[in-house]
Design a binder for this molecule. Structure first.
Ligand SMILES: [Zn+2]
Length: 556
């Protein structure tokens, strides 16, 4: 090492020391605002109201939904927030379309060596891709497109410019997972989610998609696909975007039979798909289908309150906090006869944390430099619909949105030594969150099931999709004063007996010391982002980086 390099290194070390000391400091007035405003009482009260039987489970477009929205807007107004919705109001209307597809009991395919029939439920399941009375195609050819992925940042293109108009695309689930340098290895990126598969096929003008189901590639068994695609599917109204007619899944065994009838072999196709040089493989199969749809429409809304920033320039940019206000309303009774799906943890607890953060920000002696938008989104349980609508019709240009911090759920079991971060390793928000969690004497741990793609299954994903760096914390599992494994056992029991059931209610066993810490982290991260000179960034090469760059230059 020569003298010059040595000096540079020294200067760089000095710079990084001063740089790391300052940026994550939380000044005393900010800490006092958290202590005074994010309390057991401010967290518990909104949950007791939102999750009470009087709100009837807050099903979209019900009386309980309207009451919840009114309450959230009233709270924001009383805290000094300005209406952040449409036309100077507190709400952004979200229309929801329900489509029930009457699928044929048998779906037939004509191949080289005769016909193959797929039985509904046993072999295939599907949803309509369109919101018309009929979804149909006639004599469509089938093409195997591997993973069906187009990802310039990984130099991966399964389509290779082949014309696929009017075809039915057969594709594998998940994304390539055998190489840590490709699609983040075992972590499921958006490219590995079924929603992506249908979107990309529609962009290529395909008539339909059949995703080959395997339990490892989906992360859940066939029964889950069957039950979640069985009934009414909810979506936003079509706005002229490309759509496939049919969004289907087939079991691995059924896919094998199909491919065989075309004189091909599924294992060989799968092997070929594991390469960048893969090209779409036309299958000697044709199929027709006609699906009658029952289509309905209801109306709900996102609720938004804005607190303008104090910096004349930076106030054009905004930090957005989100929590979904909806749940399932009144439905089938459980074994005790309870039919109100109160959604106390999911997501009255998220709403109460965002409200408590809203209080803390409003109580600061000095407004943050950037503006802050509190956004309670609708229809999350029906497929992240409210946040999707916001992302398609943002009230602030995506390039002006500094970050999104989302709460879906909350810890009511006590303090933890850890906090789980979904989607860790993606943006510069990680470092801020990590430093703050460590200041609380805790550790930030990554998602324990990265292969399941949880980051893409709550509202922050719709912000990431328009390029906004986004954070979503999940509660920790290492509880103070409890034996090892207790937290995990609790969450497994919760998943089995409480999740999306009428028993998701608040009771006297709930404690708030853990939730206070988790909500305070969100407050501090948001405050730091609102104060910083520069906005957060995606890590280089991240799947959302290219979209962010476009959004930033569009907003200039
Ligand atoms: Zn939820």
């Amino acid at each position: 090492m020569n003298q010059k390099n040595c000096l540079c290194l020294l200067l760089a070390t000095f710079a990084s020391m001063t740089a790391t000391a300052a940026p994550y400091d939380i000044p005393a007035p900010v800490e006092s605002a958290a202590k005074a405003q994010i309390t057991a009482a401010t967290l518990e009260a909104p949950i007791r109201f939102l999750a009470s039987d009087a709100l009837e489970g807050r099903g979209p477009a019900t009386r309980g939904d309207a009451l919840a929205r009114l309450y959230l807007a009233a709270e924001l107004q009383s805290l000094g927030y300005l209406p952040g919705g449409e036309k100077g109001g507190w709400e952004q209307t979200v229309d929801v379309v329900g489509v029930t597809a009457q699928l044929p009991a048998v779906w037939s395919f004509q191949g080289k060596s005769g016909a193959v029939d797929l039985k509904l439920g046993e072999d295939y399941i599907a949803g309509s891709g369109v919101q018309n009375p009929t979804a149909a195609f006639d004599g469509a050819g089938l093409v195997f497109v591997g993973y069906g992925i187009e990802a310039p940042e990984y130099k991966w293109d399964d389509y290779k410019g082949v014309d696929l108009k009017g075809k039915v695309l057969v594709m594998l689930n998940n994304d390539p997972d055998w190489d840590p340098k490709l699609f983040a290895g075992k972590t499921r990126l958006y490219y590995g989610r079924w929603t992506y598969k249908y979107e990309v096929a529609a962009r290529h003008g395909a008539a339909g998609v059949i995703i080959v189901h395997t339990t490892p590639s989906a992360g859940y068994p066939w029964q889950v696909v069957q039950s979640s695609w069985g009934g009414e599917q909810f979506e936003l109204p079509a706005e002229g975007e490309p759509r496939v007619q049919l969004k289907a899944w087939a079991t691995e065994a059924a896919s094998r039979r199909l491919v065989q009838a075309a004189g091909a072999d599924l294992d060989k196709l799968v092997a070929a798909a594991k390469s960048r040089s893969f090209k779409p493989v036309p299958l000697a199969l044709k199929t027709s289908i006609q699906v009658a749809n029952k289509v309905s429409r209801v109306r709900t809304a996102n609720v938004a309150g804005l607190l303008p920033g104090s910096d004349p320039k930076l106030k054009e940019e905004v930090v957005i906090y989100t929590a979904h206000h909806d749940h399932f309303g009144i439905g089938d009774p459980d074994s005790t006869g309870d039919n109100i799906y109160n959604g106390a943890e999911d997501n009255a607890a998220g709403c109460s944390q965002v409200l408590a953060i809203a209080r803390a920000i409003a109580a600061l002696p000095e407004r943050p430099r950037r503006s802050v938008l509190m956004l309670f989104v609708a229809g999350e349980e029906q497929g992240l619909l409210g946040s999707k609508y916001y992302s398609l019709h943002p009230t602030i240009a995506p390039g002006k949105i500094a970050a999104n911090i989302n709460y879906d759920g909350g810890n009511y079991r006590g303090r933890t030594r850890d906090l789980t971060q979904l989607g860790a390793g993606k943006s510069s928000l990680d470092a801020i969150a990590k430093a703050l969690v460590e200041k609380q004497g805790r550790v930030l741990v990554p998602d324990q099931f990265p292969d399941r793609g949880y980051f893409y299954r709550s509202d922050q994903f719709n912000f990431a999709k328009i390029g906004v760096p986004a954070l979503y914390f999940d509660e920790g599992t290492d509880f103070i004063g409890k034996p090892a494994g207790w937290g995990r056992q609790q969450s497994e029991e919760w998943e089995e007996h409480v999740y999306h059931q009428p028993s998701d209610e608040i009771d006297d066993t709930w404690v708030f010391d853990g939730m206070i810490e988790d909500a305070s982290i969100g407050f501090y991260v948001g405050w730091l982002v609102a104060q910083a000179d520069a906005m957060p960034t995606w890590n280089a090469g991240d799947e959302f980086e290219a979209t962010r760059k476009k959004a930033l230059s569009a907003a200039k």
